[in-house]
Design a protein around this ligand. Structure first.
Ligand code: NAG
Length: 161
């Protein structure tokens, strides 16, 4: 009987641990702006690049990696992302595309001859564990940011599924 009781207790403890891990994984939110410091343009380049948002303001759960620019889903659920891309009118558009794994999901794009401009978009996505979301700047595009943090990328877990 004592052995049975001990095993029930271990099982209960394991369940509590598992619930704790799930609970922690349910709290996911990040926001970052493009530049770690200073000001300047990113691009134009003659190929697509992954935008790496280095100035991390919030990164609860650490699912966003500021060294690679990749957000990796640690739990299955519905996530919301938004992005705001700032630039100046020129021959180059100001744009970025949200990519899930290899697939382009939503674009922000603007192209004025002069002045300041901003392109934004947002999306809710069902992600499986390990799915990767990031922003891609298309070839020939040019993006600006400075210490006012105009160019930003944010993501939040809305609910698990
Ligand atoms: C931009 O972000 C940095 C670091 O998070 C912060 O110190 C600074 O106040 C922000 N700038 C503005 C204008 O909010």
């Amino acid at each position: 009987q004592a052995a049975e009781l001990a095993s029930v207790k271990v099982n209960a403890e394991n369940q509590v641990e598992a619930l704790k891990i799930q609970g922690e994984a349910k709290q996911l939110a990040f926001s970052a702006s493009l530049l770690a410091s200073g000001s300047g343009y990113t691009g134009p380049f003659n190929t697509d690049i992954t935008l790496i948002f280095r100035n991390v303001v919030t990164n609860i759960g650490n699912a966003y990696n500021p060294n690679t620019g990749l957000f990796t889903a640690p739990v299955r659920g519905v996530y919301h992302f938004d992005f705001h891309i700032h630039g100046h009118g020129s021959t180059n558009p100001t744009s970025a595309v949200l990519v899930k794994n290899g697939e382009q999901i939503f674009t922000s794009w603007t192209h004025q001859p002069a002045g300041a401009q901003k392109a934004s978009n947002g999306v809710s996505l069902l992600l499986e564990i390990g799915d990767v979301v990031f922003l891609r700047m298309r070839a020939n595009s040019r993006i600006y940011d400075n210490t006012d943090n105009h160019t930003t990328f944010s993501g939040h877990l809305l609910f698990t599924m």
